[in-house]
Design a protein around this ligand. Structure first.
Ligand SMILES: [Fe+2]
Length: 279
């Protein structure tokens, strides 16, 4: 099959045709991983993967991760089912973040598969953190290049109460915890520098006065969500998205309003692959 690549923006993201995601041979996996490293987030339409096929594909990337706060499916605990109920306007992940960056080993990559999609609303945006580092103001770069920041899970535990059809992972008792990560990390596969900071979980720059830390983080958060660093994907059912959680941040748009997307359920299956400790 001929591979066709349609770029979603000048910054990152590509929709791929001509790859069958049920083929997990080393050769096909290499093609998928190379596309992921090149585009940072890749999308495939009309790939009705079963739970077993979804898991098998994810396992090619490495050991799977259990979410700190959300319970997986009874039969497939590796799969977290993200559900926005018909009458809910909010959905999980509706602010800029990289998944579980508060973990010692934040997620390497996520494979998200759409099951039910409203007729309008609920697109997902991604922003390229390699490009964000390259284009960051030189003075800020100098200030943060050797710094670490605290990533806290504060807030992550609350969301479950907001969604009727999602269930918590009671093992953790929803306690807050945090880890320190370099603000600029090196991608373990490409060797590229990446800005590793996000609005949802990054709270403080270590070794900096509180006001200065707040001011610099504010400027970084504005910079890293500039529209020219982003792409946007409109879901259809049985679409699969794979993102490199080390080098992008993302935002699940909750634009479900009466008369438009509201009144419809949105269901996605998520599998996360364990990452390494950022260096
Ligand atoms: Fe997320």
């Amino acid at each position: 099959m001929q591979i066709e690549t349609k770029l979603l923006s000048g910054a990152l993201g590509a929709e791929i045709k001509g790859i069958d995601l049920t083929d997990i041979s080393d050769d096909n996996f290499k093609k998928i991983n190379d596309l992921l490293l090149e585009h940072k987030v890749i999308f495939f339409r009309d790939q009705p993967l079963t739970a077993e096929q979804h898991i098998a594909l994810a396992e090619k990337f490495g050991p799977l991760e259990t979410h700190a706060y959300v319970k997986g499916l009874e039969k497939f605990p590796e799969i977290v089912r993200i559900i926005k109920a018909e009458d809910e306007k909010n959905q999980w992940g509706e602010n800029w973040h990289s998944d579980v960056s508060y973990n010692f080993k934040p997620t390497k990559a996520v494979i998200l598969k759409s099951i039910k999609i409203p007729p309008v609303g609920g697109d997902t945006c991604f922003s390229n953190m390699e490009l964000a580092w390259e284009t960051l103001d030189g003075k800020i770069k100098d200030k943060i290049k050797d710094k670490k920041a605290i990533h806290s899970s504060l807030g992550a535990e609350f969301f479950l109460e907001n969604y009727k059809k999602m269930e918590g992972n009671k093992n953790k008792n929803y306690n807050e915890y945090s880890n320190e990560h370099p603000m600029v990390r090196t991608h373990p596969e490409t060797g590229k520098k990446i800005l590793f900071v996000n609005w949802t979980y990054t709270k403080e720059i270590i070794g900096m006065k509180r006001e200065e830390s707040e001011e610099i983080l504010k400027q970084i958060f504005e910079h890293q969500t500039r529209l020219d660093l982003t792409c946007r994907f409109t879901w259809t059912e049985n679409a699969v998205c794979i993102w490199d959680n080390r080098s992008v941040i993302h935002y699940a748009i909750a634009d479900f309003y009466p008369g438009k997307g509201l009144g419809y359920e949105r269901v996605m299956d998520r599998i996360a692959i364990e990452g390494d400790h950022p260096q």
